[in-house]
Ligand binder design. Sequence first.
Ligand code: PGA
Length: 252
Amino acid sequence: MRKKIVAGNWKMNNDLEAGYKLATEVNNIVKDEVTSNVEVVLCTPFIHLTGVSKLISGKVKLGAQNCYTKKSGAYTGEISVEMLKSAGVSYVILGHSERREYFGETNAMLAEKVNIVLEGGLKPIFCCGETLKQREDGIHFDLVRNQLTESLFHLSAEAFANVVIAYEPIWAIGTGVTATTEQAQEMHAILRKHIASKYGEGVANDTTIQYGGSCNPTNAPELFACPDIDGGLIGGASLEARKFIDVIKAIK
Ligand code: PGA
């Protein structure tokens, strides 16, 4: 049975005090209220990681939002996988559409990041997704399949087993517009089939594929009930403990 994972992507929000308060609240409520077998990940800004790692326990794990492709050295302003590991990180979001758009991350660059994260023993949450224009042009399936092919399909089946996929239609991120359950399920099934074509049914069935894009307590129950949706990558709704918990509790 593949793992259900709900990850909160705080993006560039919360100062240290607000972040520690949020992490503490989430951790306490998860402990008291979340009974399902779901893993919860808090993907905080870099400077929060060490502090938050001391505030969470049990099902609540720590995630970063990015890392650099090199092990160490003269790369001013960058953060390595070893540093993330030493801060208690388990997951690293890679290839979020905001990083692709604002920081020029390409599929080839992301393949390198995927490698270094896996070599370090951490798990990438690999983001993929299309713009509205690409969907309207009818190229969305090919485009998203190609994001996986170019950044992930060089991996061995053994390595790929540690990858989490997050499908995030760009037009649904932070817009309040969610993909319909049909649109989300359709893409998730296509991605799983694509993974099966490379790694076989067994690996594909074990791969966690999260949905992301304006996921909230209202639409989460329907989205998470879809057979190929295994949790979510949550932006806005992860910034309030109560909302985030209600999204997590939508996992049955
Ligand atoms: P959103 O962000 O939930 O605010 O749409 C999701 C994401 O970008 O990961």
